[in-house]
Design a binder for this molecule. Sequence first.
Ligand code: LMR
Length: 355
Amino acid sequence: MHCFKSTIGAQTALWMLAGLASSPACCAEAAGSIIVKFSHVVAPDTPKGKGVEYFRKLVEERSRGRVKVEVYPNSQLYKDKEELEALQLGSVQMLAPSVSKFGPMGLKAFEVFDLPYLFGNYDAVHEVTHGPVGRSMLERLASYGMVGLALWDNGFKEFTANRPLRRPEDFRGLKMRVKSSKVLEAQMRALGAIPQVLAFSDVYQALQTGVVDGAENTPVNIYTQKFHEVQKVLSMSHHGYDAYVIVVNRKFWDSLPPDVRALLEQAMIDATRYVDGISAQAEVDAIDAIRRSGRIQVVNLTAEERLSLKEAMQPVYRQMEGRIGADVVASVRAAAAGSGRDRTGAMPALPAAAR
Ligand code: LMR
């Protein structure tokens, strides 16, 4: 595997080949129950962790044990990049990576979600993730040896660092951790920061040892990974949104009996409703828990300060439109606008606890 990791070109070839040539650990029904290994990188006590567990429970109950879902949280099986490779090779059957992690394999359209201040609120997000635009994005996965089942909320992101980040000048020269997304790199550069791509499982130590000065993440991830214990200030920028893509190895999926596929699909619809129903409250609860911990200063930005960040990041749209696809950006914006609210120039609605 190492030889494939050295260049982007070779790695892209791996993605393409794996879809054709892999022999997933599937088709196990003859040998007993069907095993679905589901790996993810966050804590069990997060909306994603709970959603995967909910999915497992539904599948095992409804199939009466015919399908077994083995859940591996917290990067215990694979880290970010490795988990996508493992899925391609069939070593694991299901994953739920962030949209920001598909760019390196050539799936740049998902980086649309990384555009700063794209969504005003969860209603706008769900117009995209629960609708035809989200569905057509999931269909792009087919030629990469994957089937996309759903998009789940991770949530709105805030910045952490060892100083308040209120305005673009506060970012100057800071090394900021980003996921493997060119849009996120461009966002940090637009703010005058230096982006550093790191796997999620490496972030705590990098923050603790000063390998990076700061990061962006959702309050739930900040709290459950204890980033607030190794950073001095949480700045409530609410500057972006992150979604998860629930993916299955395509060969495995195609090999399943049709009734099992239908059962998994229905369980995923129910799990999606569950996750997207708890995420906004989980965000509020995490902000509250971070405040109560007393380990970090929580700084609320004024509307004017948030506007200064938004304006500084605006060039990212023009810079990245070609990469993402102008049609993708336009379709996501149009769908988000369909939530019926006028968000022109508006700032994202912060959860009550963050105001
Ligand atoms: C991150 O890498 O910061 C997140 O994508 C982790 C996750 O899966 O929520």
